[in-house]
Design a protein around this ligand. Structure first.
Ligand code: A3P
Length: 304
């Protein structure tokens, strides 16, 4: 692998676990088929809630927090399904699971879905039904670095993925779902237009004060915490349950596998830190990506 300019790539070489995905083609074909099927067949209900994100922006964490919040009166802490199931098995990806199991439409309880589909490509019924959307965004530098590690782990067909080439592609907007900025701006504009329907969360802010944003999330998805719950420590219990340290050390997330897409659960947990990009991107790379984002976001009113 050519990692000559990547600041820390060599020390990361050892970390790559056994490969888990078979080939690129079946995977992209599966996703595209899944997106198309959802666009044609998914009929959202007004109480459905969509957790949306650009890959590697904190989807797993958002799923865990939302699931634990929405089911908190059903499960005692020690019985929470998050202790034995991946957050991705608690809240399905629309484009991965729905075409394999269309009856999910009726049976999903709580009605929480997730997707990486860009806003402009969402099934029309999601927009028309007025159901709620939560978008989590992350500094693109960290999202890129996280994505690169994830790809190294899962792309057995592509062991020589070169850091600089991957960065170049990211900067040119070549990403699996959409260019980072298009993905982001689609949801950002929707959140400005429909603030009651689209909640925008930032990974970095959530890391700084998870309890505060968890309360906002709970309110938005229709499961607000009562004062009594807050006093009894329910908010903090959910923050702790869903923390990187706790989830990443659970057996299911260390060694478990999921049947629908062949990705080891541990591929979704790496470091869970803000600013890890500093260990991988040179200052020139960071400046370049910042400049692209500044230009693309000009006039949007959003700043990282
Ligand atoms: P890093 O690779 O920077 O560590 P996604 O869930 O969208 O695939 O994003 C994965 C990123 O979120 C990874 O980032 C992963 O470590 C981090 N992550 C996973 N679970 C987390 C949690 N409970 N809290 C904070 N970050 C988490």
């Amino acid at each position: 692998m050519n990692t000559s300019n990547c600041k820390n790539c060599e020390e990361e070489e050892e970390e790559v676990p056994p490969q888990t995905l078979r080939t690129a083609e079946p995977r992209s074909a599966t996703f595209i088929e899944g997106i198309k099927f959802a666009q044609e067949n998914f009929r959202a209900k007004p109480d459905d809630i969509f957790l949306c994100s650009f890959p590697k922006s904190g989807t797993t964490w958002l799923k865990a927090l939302s699931f634990a919040t929405a089911t908190r009166t059903r499960f005692h802490n020690s019985e929470n399904p998050l202790l034995t199931k991946s957050p991705h098995d608690c809240i399905p990806f629309l484009e991965v699971y729905f075409n394999k199991n269309p009856t999910m439409l009726e049976s999903l309880d709580p009605p929480l879905w997730s997707t990486h589909i860009p806003y402009s490509s969402l099934p029309k019924s999601i927009i028309d039904s007025g159901c709620k959307i939560v978008y989590i965004c992350r500094d693109p530098k960290d999202a890129f670095v996280s994505l690169w590690h994830f790809r190294k782990r899962i792309e057995s067909h592509n062991p020589g993925i070169i850091f600089e080439e991957a960065f170049e592609m990211f900067c040119k907007g070549s990403s699996f779902y959409a260019p980072y900025w298009e993905h982001f701006l689609g949801y950002w504009k929707a959140s400005l237009e429909f603030p009651d329907r689209v909640l925008f969360l930032k990974y970095e802010e959530m890391m700084e004060d998870t309890a505060l944003y968890l309360k906002r999330l709970a309110e938005f998805i229709g499961h607000p915490f009562s004062l009594q719950e807050e006093n009894e420590g329910v908010v903090q219990n959910i923050v702790d349950l869903c923390s990187f340290e706790n989830l990443s050390n659970l057996e299911v997330n260390k060694s478990g596998k999921r049947d629908c897409i062949v990705v080891n659960n541990n591929a979704f947990f790496r470091k869970g830190k803000v600013g890890d990009w500093k260990n991988y991107l040179t200052s020139e790379m960071a400046e370049r990506l910042d400049k692209i984002i500044e230009e693309k976001f000009a006039g949007s009113g959003f700043k990282f």
